[in-house]
Design a protein around this ligand. Structure first.
Ligand SMILES: Nc1ncnc2c1ncn2[C@@H]1O[C@H](COP(=O)(O)OP(=O)(O)OP(=O)(O)O)[C@@H](O)[C@H]1O
Length: 634
């Protein structure tokens, strides 16, 4: 244990004054700061501080809530690295969705029977599915009221569906949406003879909130378990999530730390609160702090970011860069082309040179939407010059699953041997699955390591003598999980007991590993390929949130990409700001007069303009960003 006054940040991090105060604060706080200010880093440092000084008193825990699975994972790993596995056991890093789901899965039986879903409920991810259930099943239940579905709109129904806490649902029966909402809740909770219990994450959140409101005993236990709560990317909190947060921790002694950036609020369409900072500050009586440094980007990029952030919010103070850069470091340019084929050829040529000095993972290609369409030609031209790129969303979800991580770590250790971090991760999990305390029972730990070593030696033989790829690889992957015991693994991660998560993850994962193996026919290359080591990632702005790259390309700064700019210019401006601020050193925006895009559900060759988004171009001009017409140079 370290004394409070002796504790210092590790890894050469120097905290600015405001960050230092928040790290050591005993009160609820709110940190509002721009991209790269070190908000996530601050949370990692605060976790180290609270755990290493035992201010978060053993056996109490810190609960960190992030929005994306990889962000939660990343934070967990940072903290583990700093404080070691033992203390990090008291740092629970989850997404909002998984927090809500863990409450429902643990305390489902305390719900009144009308609100209690089956233990084996299905997860429903998109609005269309909800609407399909509504139209398909309510109609069956009410055959004499057949035409109601023509009078309702999907987005309004989905919004109205989880708008209110459950105890208020009964009050809205009198309008059509209220009636459909009530019927739909009944059907989705209980299922029918042909439909399994089916829940969306907002429904799970409402059910978790209901559990906490109904059972003061559970609520008290939750508050005693978590003495400190972290909330990352707080600008994206939805109304439903905020209600759960209030039910869980408002009025408790748990200390909350929220960090976020209102200029990066781009989840409005998904129900993010317009005023989450204001509501939180007043409800939780939180003190606000601002950070003024950007630890990510070069000075030139920060100049451009400052112009943008002023335009988004007039009272934003300019941020400063750190002294690791030279004064003129950083490149921000607009590249224009006649057509998307020239654009793709130019980028491919540019990147073949760039890749002589940096890795594919230091580069990112970002688009507003339709990544497989906007990046199609670029993927092809990159392939022509021997550069791999891939649409990251196809991998992000499975790569963050513990099921996949355990198998991939085992394969990695079988093929590459030298990876102490992966070895430690696997051995630690194996010991926990087997109920062995890795600090106490050294003999048992030694046996685990020896046994695992034997297992991977055998595995090596198996993976190197595959004759039938499509039968043997799935079997080998299943054998790996069986070595750890699937049942123990599911007990350790109860989320895999519920619904179709395990089945879907397993299927997708097997397919991707097989694809990589078929492409390379060598396990080292196949694993690295699956992990994305050789590929430039391609993603939408939404997926790029929280990430950072040396060099960023934003493809298609054009009217069609920002098709709703007229009605939501503020939110599009923030999206543009997020894309720009992912770059450490270089960012290039492209415009192509002719572009192939999906329009009216058809792939079409279109003429692009920039008149609707001219204000974005005006801001770039104001920030002295040069535009290069690269048509002739190809
Ligand atoms: N005090 C610091 N000193 C040095 N480097 C730092 C410091 N704080 C953060 N960093 C580094 O700066 C980068 C950005 O940090 P971080 O991701 O925490 O920022 P953020 O505010 O969460 O960004 P965003 O809102 O854009 O996601 C990371 O590479 C991080 O390691």
């Amino acid at each position: 244990m370290i004394k409070e006054e002796l504790w210092k940040p590790t890894d050469g991090i120097v905290l600015e004054e405001a960050a230092n105060q928040v790290v050591r604060s005993q009160e609820n706080t709110l940190v509002i700061a721009g991209p790269g200010a070190g908000k996530s880093e601050l949370l990692a440092q605060r976790a180290s501080y609270l755990l290493e000084t035992n201010i978060c008193k053993d056996p109490q825990k810190i609960l960190a809530i992030s929005f994306k699975v990889d962000a939660a994972d990343n934070l967990k790993k940072r903290v583990e690295k700093r404080v070691g596995g033992d203390l990090a056991k008291r740092f629970e890093s989850r997404t909002f969705d998984s927090f809500a789901k863990s409450i429902l899965d643990r305390f489902r039986l305390t719900l009144p029977s009308g609100w209690r879903p089956d233990g084996e409920y299905n997860l429903v991810f998109n609005d269309r599915e909800v609407m399909d259930i509504a139209t398909g099943y309510i109609k069956k239940e009410h055959p004499n009221f057949p035409n109601w579905q023509y009078e309702i709109k999907t987005d309004r129904l989905v919004r109205s569906f989880t708008k209110d806490p459950l105890h208020l649902l009964g009050e809205r029966e009198d309008d059509l949406y209220g009636w459909v909402t009530k019927e739909l809740w009944k059907i989705m909770i209980k299922g029918t003879s042909s439909l399994q219990s089916s829940l969306t994450f907002p429904m799970i959140s409402r059910l978790a909130e209901y559990i906490l409101n109904l059972n003061s005993f559970i609520n008290t236990a939750l508050r005693l378990t978590y003495s400190h709560i972290f909330l990352d990317e707080f600008q994206d909190t939805t109304y439903v999530q905020y209600d759960l947060l209030k039910s869980a921790f408002l009025g408790s002694r748990s200390v909350l730390t929220a960090v976020g950036d209102d200029k990066q609020r781009i989840m409005g369409w998904a129900g993010a609160m317009a005023d989450s900072f204001k509501a939180y500050s007043s409800d939780f009586n939180a003190t606000s702090f601002q950070l003024i440094f950007n630890h990510r980007s070069a000075p030139r990029l920060i100049e451009v970011q400052n112009v943008l952030s002023q335009a988004i919010s007039h009272n934003t103070p300019p941020v400063k860069c750190t002294d690791k850069w030279e004064k003129d470091d950083g490149v921000c340019e607009v590249w224009t082309f006649n057509d998307y084929i020239q654009e793709a050829k130019h980028i491919a040529k540019f990147l073949s040179l760039k890749l002589q000095s940096i890795n594919p993972r230091d580069i990112c290609i970002i688009v507003k939407q339709q990544e497989s369409v906007y990046a199609k030609q670029i993927i092809e031209e990159l392939q022509n010059v021997g550069i791999n790129s891939r649409i990251e969303k196809d991998y992000q979800d499975i790569l963050s699953e513990e099921y996949v991580q355990l198998i991939v770590n085992t394969l990695y250790l079988t093929v590459f041997k030298n990876s102490p971090a992966r070895w430690q991760e696997v051995i630690k999990l194996k010991s926990e699955l087997d109920g062995i305390d890795y600090n106490e029972d050294l003999k048992a730990m030694w046996e685990i390591e020896e046994d695992f070593q034997k297992f991977i030696s055998l595995l090596k033989g198996k993976i190197n003598s595959i004759s039938n790829i499509y039968n043997e690889i799935p079997q080998i992957l299943d054998d790996i999980i069986e070595y750890f015991s699937l049942i123990k693994f599911k007990n350790y991660y109860p989320k895999y007991f519920v619904g179709n998560l395990l089945k879907n993850t397993r299927e997708k994962f097997h397919q991707k590993i097989i694809d990589s193996y078929v492409d390379h026919r060598q396990w080292d290359k196949a694993i690295e390929d699956f992990l994305g080591v050789y590929s430039i990632p391609i993603m939408t702005i939404h997926k790029s949130k929280g990430l950072e790259y040396e060099c960023v390309f934003f493809i298609g700064l054009e009217d069609d990409a920002f098709w709703s700019f007229r009605s939501q210019s503020e939110s599009d401006m923030r999206a543009f700001f997020v894309a720009l601020s992912r770059a450490k050193s270089e960012v290039y925006f492209t415009f192509s007069e002719i572009r192939e895009i999906m329009k009216y559900r058809k792939l079409q060759t279109t003429y692009q303009s920039k008149s609707i988004i001219s204000s974005l171009y005006d801001l770039l001009i104001e920030a002295n960003v040069v535009t290069k017409n690269l048509t002739e140079t190809v």
